[in-house]
Design a protein around this ligand. Structure first.
Ligand SMILES: [Zn+2]
Length: 419
């Protein structure tokens, strides 16, 4: 079944102009488009978005965690709302489209609705979430976490390489840490949350699809592995008597790759590998690395944890190397709401857009919101699947199609009420 599209026109020129204006506000000491949430430019970008919100007739507000809201009052008296948005911060050396497509797209949806003279029954709340990308304290989705009441004092005490706490960094950008902890949002009247985002992967392009309908967002399981062996002379220590922590770590890195390759849509990555002493002629005494698994099934992630812990133990055992693997709290996969996904599918079909259902291997604010609100997510294609790099690109026609689907979906959801 498809929903007949309502007659309205999204304006590509406005989208291009807004995307271009935000692309100007970047930290120039990095390549690509860098707008880190705790850096010097993000505040300016958010102030620009706040002005745009006010210009299109939204009542703006900022909560204690730095999340920016713009509310368009609906005609209904029930206090029900639809929420839509994404983020404007970026990773260091990131691209032009990640996050901002969903914010600029939501604003364009408001403009188009107003121009059409159509009033929604629901309030429409546009959100620019604060600090979605992982910051230098290793925390992502700071704003959306705060909204669902999952930002904690432990999070605020996280330290960066310089020993500075997240609380200090928040104060540095004008956010009171106590206010951030108290920024829980009352979701009781929120019927649906929608996020439009670039895919950041190659699937839609390969399928020739204009729009992606997200079925679920990845779970993530991160760990730190420590290997303790013994430093020895590289020329004299016999191979069969070495306690080489580096080799045990290397074997474990390969186990991450092997385990992830055996799953369905699963990923495994090892980063931040350190050998000490880092000398060409010394057997490695200490090795440390951090890695992660991602996948659509929580059960698979738990199984991968067991397998990797066992593999690391084996790699250590046969070399006389002590091994310690610490797992961070597992972030469960976030299935999107079935009724919302059904509505998005009908809307996209009604517009005659080509689409594919897919799983998101990247994390998003939508995964956090999905724990509290029926949530849906739309993707638009990324050229060559590239993202988090300066080459990140989505054609304006694809952005326009995504924003059109988003706008039509808001109208359809407004009619249907709570899924
Ligand atoms: Zn993003």
């Amino acid at each position: 079944m498809s929903v007949p599209a309502v007659d309205l026109t999204v304006c590509p020129d406005r989208l291009e102009s807004d995307l271009g204006a935000l692309a100007q506000l970047v930290e120039t000491d990095h390549p690509g488009w860098t707008r880190t949430a705790l850096g010097p430019v993000d505040r300016e970008a958010r102030e620009l978005v706040r002005r745009w919100m006010a210009d299109v007739g939204l009542e703006t507000s900022v909560d204690g965690a730095g999340n920016l809201f713009g509310r368009l009052r609906g005609t209904g008296s029930g206090g029900h709302s639809l929420m839509v948005g994404s983020h404007t911060d970026s990773v260091i050396g990131g691209g032009r489209f990640d996050g901002i497509v969903g914010v600029v797209g939501a604003l364009e949806a408001v403009r188009v609705l107003r121009e059409s003279g159509r009033q929604l029954e629901h309030d429409l709340v546009v959100v620019d979430f604060f600090n979605e990308e992982p910051n230098e304290f290793g925390l992502s989705c700071v704003g959306s976490r705060a909204m669902v009441g999952e930002l904690t004092g432990d999070h605020l005490g996280l330290r960066d390489d310089q020993g500075r706490t997240l609380a200090d960094a928040l104060e540095g950008v004008g956010i009171d840490p106590a206010g951030a902890l108290g920024a829980g949002y009352d979701f009781s009247g929120v019927d649906t949350f929608l996020e439009l985002h670039i895919e950041q992967g190659p699937y839609l392009e390969a399928q020739g699809s204009q729009v992606g309908l997200v079925e679920s967002i990845t779970g993530i399981s991160r760990f730190r592995a420590l290997f303790t062996g013994q430093a020895d002379h590289a020329g004299t220590a016999p191979m069969d008597r070495r306690r080489d922590a580096g080799c045990a770590a290397a074997g474990t890195v390969l186990a991450v790759e092997r385990i992830a390759a055996e799953g369905d849509h699963t990923k495994g990555t090892s980063g931040q590998v350190t050998f000490t002493p880092a000398a060409v002629n010394v057997v490695t005494a200490h090795a440390e690395f951090r890695g992660e698994f991602r996948g659509p099934e929580g059960e698979w992630l738990r199984h991968a944890q067991e397998r990797l812990t066992a593999a690391a133990g084996e790699e250590g055992h046969r070399r006389g190397v002590d091994v310690e693997v610490d797992w961070l709290p597992l972030q469960e996969p976030a299935p999107m709401s079935d009724p919302v996904l059904a509505t998005l599918t009908e809307v996209v079909d009604g517009l005659g857009l080509t689409s594919s259902r897919l799983f998101s291997g990247a994390e998003h604010d939508a995964a956090v919101l999905a724990r509290r609100v029926p949530t849906g997510m739309l993707f638009v294609p990324s050229r060559d699947g590239r993202s988090h790099c300066p080459e990140e690109w989505t054609d304006l026609a694809d952005v326009t199609a995504g924003v059109t689907a988003l706008t039509q979906a808001l109208i359809a959801l407004d009619r249907r009420g709570k899924p």
